[in-house]
Design a protein around this ligand. Sequence first.
Ligand SMILES: [Cu+2]
Length: 447
Amino acid sequence: MKSISILGLATSLFTVAKAHSLFTTLYINDMKQGQGDGTCVRQNTDLSHATSPVRDLSSDDMACGVSGTVPVNYTCPAPAGAKLTFEYRLYPNRASGGFIDESHKGPVAVYAKRLSSPSADATGPGWFKLWGEGYDMEADKWATEKIIDTNGLLSIQIPTALPAGNYLFRPEVVAMHNVTPEVEPQFYIGCAQVFIESSVSGDLGIPSEKSVSIPGYLQKDDPSVTYNIYKDEEYADPKKPYPMMGPEPFAPATVLKAASGKVTHQTEGGISDSCLLVNGNWCGVEVPSYTNNLTGCWNAVKDCWSQADACWAQQLASGGRNCKVWGEKCKDIDAHCTAKDFTGPPAYELKSNDFPAPGPIPAAVNADDVSQDNTSSEVPRTTRVVVTSSVPVTVTVIPTPSSSSSTSLESIPDFTLRPTSTAQPSQTSKPKPHCGGRRRRQARQRQ
Ligand SMILES: [Cu+2]
């Protein structure tokens, strides 16, 4: 009997330990970026531990997660004021559904940092919080529980007055269920590499108290870090409010301007037009052409398979579905070489094998307050942004904008999303998060 109960305990510990989560997928204005998951997203490249949390508050991994100090190949362009959506998954390759186990209660936030280039340091100063939520006493819900309700999808609006340039956007999901004086919360963090294409330029003008260094912005004994979500005698109804982690949110003043402003476009890190297929941060390009030449045909096959190998080598925990699609193309060319008459690579339509979004893309959590931060800066508002233009433009700072202020900004006519698969909200019922042993299949089914 004793051995059975020990086994049972071991099994449940194992299951809890595995019921983690990973930020896998970025959407910009409801469109999935690239053609597979993981495009423009820094994920833990150790596939078997990709969903594991970061717990050491002083670790560089706090910035963008494990492997997060290494930039990925692609940076996704986003127009000023775009909506970013971060998809978190219990199973990174969606072998099964779910966001995070229900036991993993805690605050959620989104941070950003402006970079001088996509390869600039993720760690260190310059981080600011765009939005954060802890425990909602009225709804009796932790922020993590609200994201379970939205199928692991968290949307944020880029403040319209953020200057053009390279940024890291860092969703932060924190699980407090195991916290003790010795054990820190679990941090589920990752970063999206985004280039904001905007006519706004200049300094961010973050007030010093809202600009933090990561790691370093949290200490082991911060009340937000040591908060005991179960401690009823101290936090009995009405519960003591959860003291939110990190600094107060920041968003620069909203800028309205004439539509003639010159938009700064991305110049490095974009997905090339020559990419036929994208998987994570890999892209496949057309094989060398050939005509009626067997050597040329076999060279094309060789080139195709070496690209497939590179795809598999770079696959992330979110999967290699499009590496498989690419391999089908290689097989077709191979068959073509052995056929009697050939005139060049066979016409081949590469169709991305992509998941639709796990549910409707939610509205931005900060839609009401993206541009309210005008109170604490020492710098006069009108000097905090510079609009680049060949003709005079009008700059108006709106101190108390409404949530719909972004709609009055110029549209950016020459911004085009890549021809990616559309994230189509499915109406299927919410997958039940699980910590039990019912579905312990690991996310190892990489095709
Ligand atoms: Cu966990």
